[in-house]
Design a protein around this ligand. Structure first.
Ligand code: NAD
Length: 494
């Protein structure tokens, strides 16, 4: 990746965006529009169509019609596979354009965006495309006089609602298995990260997705998202975002047609560092990167540091030093390590959490302030907060910003108790040379994604599944296919 290629793309004018409904690009039913502000410099990038309830109705009708015709749902798996593979290829061909567009919209540093966004989205589509003609139904063992078949049928219309961090990657975690299984989809991007998803959808049409199979309705969560949640002709909701919105979606489901409601929510994930960690320098680097990259806007960010009392002082000092050396700035400049916070509102929320921790008696060890204000963009220096107990908000509430909360432990039992002292259960890591400690801890921590002496392991072939209030669904891996199929049993008398 060359800086000159990025610079060529960063000033491309972006035309006003439309909704994708029934294979056609159109304006919102009432002509409404929303400004798209870049977190890089606060400038107006373009406008989005502001979807309405009527637009959601139209998108769901188009999705249902496409499903019922069978032009996708009953296409031979090899046919769906060919289209999805072509789509993945087009995403890779246009990877830098997609990544730069996304960064202009949400502020993620370009190196991370290129890998995690088009790279990961293409890999995900490819994984499910390849899987779909290899996951068979079942013939159950029975007596000689009957045959019991278990079919895996597509369910119908899937409503996918996604957040603003990693829009392509997270949308692909829903689109890949849902479309491969034969469903139609209505996708709602986040208000502050729609541009690259609209472009990815355009590439989907180019790859041959039949009209109505993928629909995209941009707009406000409480309008478009709520209309999807309450819609009686959506069969499955696949959501990634905050716990507060997840709760609402469960309510909408209960109040409407009891649609399946899969939630991938937030976290407060611990990095637990024992004194016998194999390399404390590596541990400090990874702990710092694990919370500060993408300005902490990563669901699995290691936002709690739980460190052995005996090494606390030195380890914390090293993490603070690493944090202070990170270059925060223009996310499209390859020299920078950390980009922008995605919106002014998020930045203000982050700063308020730091101030609340300070007011509660915490020590802010460097950072925690707004920086580069003259650029017009939304930037924050990484903060490490020490001196508060595990009951403090900073140890319990998700900031979703570049803020690390530190606490120490005397023995393994206390480390485990601290790790589990949270409503969340998304991710975590244990740093130790002792195999038994590693096994005991990873088995006892209630979280879906655990690491030993590393952080942020990825790969579409393993599940991403939160425990406790981090969610109830599975993204990635073959397990995710189960969310988007009905199991139907047929008994045949012989
Ligand atoms: P959010 O809940 O505010 O928004 C997510 C989506 O929901 C957006 O598209 C938004 O428009 C929509 N929405 C908002 N209000 C709605 C309503 N009333 N009805 C229906 N839809 C509505 O979350 P966010 O701020 O965009 O994302 C950050 C959160 O996502 C963090 O908590 C983060 O941890 C979480 N996250 C989780 C994962 C995971 O895999 N578990 C991955 C990334 C992000």
């Amino acid at each position: 990746m060359k800086q000159s290629d990025i610079d060529l793309l960063r000033t491309h004018p972006i035309r006003p965006q439309s909704l994708l409904i029934g294979g056609k690009w159109r304006d919102a039913s009432d002509g409404g529009r929303r400004d798209v502000i870049s977190p890089i410099d606060g400038a107006l990038l373009t406008t989005l169509a502001e979807g309405t309830q009527a637009d959601v109705d139209a998108a769901v009708s188009a999705a249902r019609a496409a499903f019922e015709t069978g032009r996708w749902s009953r296409m031979a798996p090899a046919g769906r596979k060919a289209v999805l593979l072509k789509w993945a290829g087009l995403i890779e061909e246009n990877a830098l354009e997609l990544a730069v567009l996304g960064v202009r919209d949400n502020g993620t540093e370009i190196g991370m965006a290129l890998k995690a966004e088009p790279g990961s989205a293409a890999a995900t589509l490819r994984f499910y495309a390849e899987a779909i003609d290899k996951v068979p139904g079942e013939i159950a063992p029975t007596g000689d006089d009957v045959l019991a078949l278990v079919h895996r049928d597509p369910i119908g219309v899937v409503g996918a609602i996604v957040p603003w961090n990693f829009p392509l990657m997270i949308a692909a975690w829903k689109l890949g298995p849902a479309l491969a299984a034969g469903n139609s989809v209505v996708l709602k991007p986040a208000e502050t990260a729609s541009l690259s998803l609209l472009r990815m959808a355009e590439l989907g049409l180019e790859a041959g997705l039949p009209e109505g199979v993928l629909n995209v309705v941009t707009g406000a969560g409480p309008v478009v998202g709520q209309a999807m949640g309450l819609h009686t002709d959506i069969d499955v909701l696949a959501f990634t975002g905050s716990g507060a919105t997840g709760r609402r979606l469960m309510e909408y489901s209960a109040r409407s047609n009891m649609k399946r409601c899969y939630l991938e929510l937030g976290g407060k994930s611990p990095n637990i560092v024992f004194a016998d960690a194999p390399d404390l320098e590596v541990a400090a680097q990874v702990c710092a990167n694990g919370i500060f990259r993408n300005s902490g806007q990563v669901c699995i960010a290691g936002s709690r540091l739980i460190v052995a009392e005996s090494i606390r002082e030195d380890f914390l000092a090293r993490v603070v030093e690493i944090a202070g050396a990170l270059k925060v700035g223009d996310p499209l400049d390859l020299q920078n390590d950390v980009g922008a916070v995605h919106s002014e509102a998020q930045l203000q929320g982050n700063l308020a959490m730091v101030e609340a921790a300070r007011a509660a008696g915490g020590t802010v060890m460097g950072g925690g302030a707004r920086i580069h204000e003259k650029s017009g963009g939304f930037y924050m220096s990484p903060a490490v907060i020490d001196g508060l107990g595990p009951e403090a908000d900073i140890h319990r509430k998700e900031v979703f910003g570049p803020v690390l909360a530190a606490v120490s432990f005397k023995d393994e039992a206390e480390a485990l108790a601290l790790a589990n002292a949270t409503d969340f259960g998304l991710a975590g890591a244990v740093w130790t040379s002792d195999l038994s400690t590693a096994h005991r801890m990873t088995r006892a921590i209630k979280a879906g994604l655990l690491h030993v002496n590393t952080y942020g392991g990825s790969g579409v072939n393993v599940p991403m599944a939160g425990m406790k209030q981090s969610g109830n669904g599975v993204d990635k891996s073959l397990h995710a296919l189960d969310k988007y199929v009905d199991l139907k049993t047929v008994w045949i008398k012989l």
